[in-house]
Design a protein around this ligand. Structure first.
Ligand SMILES: [Zn+2]
Length: 537
């Protein structure tokens, strides 16, 4: 065996749905099985999954899937993967507990083969053996994966930052990374998410003083929205609530779930006498409660949005309440968030959000963290992971700056199979890969045509004209019916409606009898005439 293939099925050239396959001889190992959330233009799409065609065609060879940590963009596609490929799953207890929730929801838990690992575990997958290195991230239990192959060691960092304030298995094992460098690392694949942020990524603990200040200033109730998966943040907020004599209420489905999983596994410390049911918050002294909630991105049905529109079942914002959004603004969500903030102010709240508030620290390494990874491990070859093309490119340049020869740096996107040997690394071919759009209510995966229809409906609305044509004579019978949605309000536009109907009838009448009786021809003629008519107006 003198080569290893790396097949990115998600997360390269885009953010989210991270999935990388490593193929060595007849053995395939998969790292992560993530999902992505839909872009603004994907109407009615609930989530996005990687196309698994390449993997399914080789399902006999897939030996295992390793989950680096418990974030949705690394575990959210697991049900779909297991539906198509029956394969054992490996992860630390927290990661598997979070993944199990989703498997259970999808009725897949009973059939899943889940294996608990810890950072010291060593696994064999045919020709490949695997070890793990703890990294710091915004959730406990994050691991980097080292795959030992016959041609050398390959390191996949997962998501990471260098946070010296996190210790033990949550900390960043600088020593082991340096050792790996001394042993001679063949290939480094590293997280590019925050390459555009200069300097070192701020530690999670660095935002504590600002959060503390917020607790000091809050005169009445304090509502804090953050990502349910940012367990360190959740813990910081709970610690501060306890320090400031505030009980903790939790609302929002994923927040309730993650706090439950976190406390069950002792990753979150939340003493029972500090917990208050969300239904009892209204009875509490407003200075004695903090509500932890979802909705930091202005997601329409998340807890904070419901509160901002006064439609939360148990929580009503009052004059003088404080709302903090302890999260980054994910690109694409700016509009939703500013709308949300306006509504919160409208209800008399004091709102803290955005970069200026200083109440969020990223879980991903900034440029200097990424440089540190390169200098510790000194790889012969480099492939940037997790990012759009610009992040991948900038990370590739950083690797060159750090001494990796340009011909040894390979920027690949989803579906580009990279072949690695002891002395080369390059894209060999393109395999089937891409996004599968899932509408939770639809029977099957969404077709691009359906999505286009939805887009068109949302942008232009629609008009339906029904004309009855006599099957023998081809004569138009009676007056046409017209229905419009999202285009004109018909009751106020009788003139336009009449004109439209007349145009449709005239158009049919201009056709020969044979053409009129051919449904496709007459339909197309009317459609074209109406399109011209409306676009001129
Ligand atoms: Zn992550």
């Amino acid at each position: 065996m003198d080569s290893v293939s790396l097949v990115p099925l998600g997360g390269l050239g885009e953010f989210g749905m991270n999935m990388m396959a490593l193929e060595c001889g007849d053995d395939i190992l998969v790292i992560d099985a993530g999902m992505a959330f839909p872009d603004a233009g994907m109407f009615g799409v609930d989530y996005v999954l990687p196309d698994l065609t390449w993997l399914v065609e080789r399902r006999e060879n897939v030996r295992g899937v390793i989950l680096t940590h418990g974030h949705e963009d690394h575990i959210g596609g697991l049900s779909n993967l297991l539906q198509h490929v029956d394969v054992p799953v490996y992860g630390v207890d927290l990661t598997l507990a979070l993944a199990s929730h989703r498997l259970r929801e999808n009725g897949m838990l009973a059939g899943a083969e889940l294996h608990h690992i810890d950072p010291d575990s060593q696994l064999d997958f045919g020709s490949m053996s695997v070890e793990f290195i703890p990294v710091s991230h915004s959730i406990p239990g994050a691991l980097a994966v080292v795959v030992h192959t016959p041609i050398g060691a390959i390191l996949h960092t997962g998501d990471f930052k260098l946070d010296h304030t996190l210790k033990g298995d949550d900390g960043f094992d600088v020593g082991r990374f340096a050792e790996l460098g001394s042993e001679g690392l063949l290939l480094l694949m590293s997280d590019s998410t925050n390459i555009e942020a200069p300097g070192l990524s701020p530690a999670e603990a660095s935002i504590r003083p600002r959060l503390d200040q917020l607790f000091h200033q809050a005169r009445r109730r304090l509502l804090v929205a953050t990502f349910a998966s940012s367990l360190y943040r959740v813990q910081q907020l709970i610690d501060l609530a306890v320090d400031h004599g505030r009980a903790v209420a939790v609302t929002g489905r994923s927040m309730v779930k993650n706090v439950q999983v976190g406390t069950d596994l002792d990753y979150i410390w939340l003493p029972d006498n500090h917990v208050v049911d969300i239904r009892d918050v209204r009875k509490m002294d407003p200075e004695k409660v903090m509500v932890l909630m979802t909705g930091s991105q202005g997601e329409p049905f998340a807890a904070l949005s419901l509160v901002s529109s006064d439609s939360h079942a148990h929580l009503r914002l009052e004059e003088g309440d404080t709302v903090a959004m302890s999260a980054r603004i994910i690109p694409g969500h700016e509009k939703a968030i500013t709308g949300l903030v306006n509504n919160l102010y409208r209800r008399g709240a004091d709102v803290h959000y955005g970069p200026g508030a200083g109440i969020h620290a990223s879980g991903h390494g900034s440029r200097e963290d990424l440089r540190m990874m390169l200098s510790l491990t000194r790889p012969r070859f480099f492939i940037p992971l997790h990012g759009e093309f610009r992040q991948l490119t900038l990370h590739a340049r950083l690797a060159q700056e750090m001494g990796v020869p340009s011909e040894n740096v390979c920027v690949a996107e989803n579906g580009q199979r990279v072949v690695l040997t002891e002395d080369s690394c390059s894209v060999e071919e393109t395999v089937p890969a891409g996004r599968v759009l899932v509408d939770g209510r639809a029977l099957d995966n969404l077709d691009e045509i359906v999505l286009n229809d939805r887009r068109q409906l949302s942008e232009d609305g629609m008009v339906i004209i029904t004309i009855v044509i006599h099957r023998d004579t081809g004569e138009v019978q009676g007056s046409p019916e017209m229905v419009s949605r999202g285009f004109i309000y018909m009751a106020d536009s009788t003139e336009l409606v009449d004109e439209t109907k007349q145009l449709a009838v005239d158009t049919v009448n201009r056709l020969t009898v044979k053409e009129r009786l051919d449904q496709e021809t007459s339909q197309e003629a009317v459609r074209a005439a109406l399109r011209r008519f409306f676009s001129k107006r």
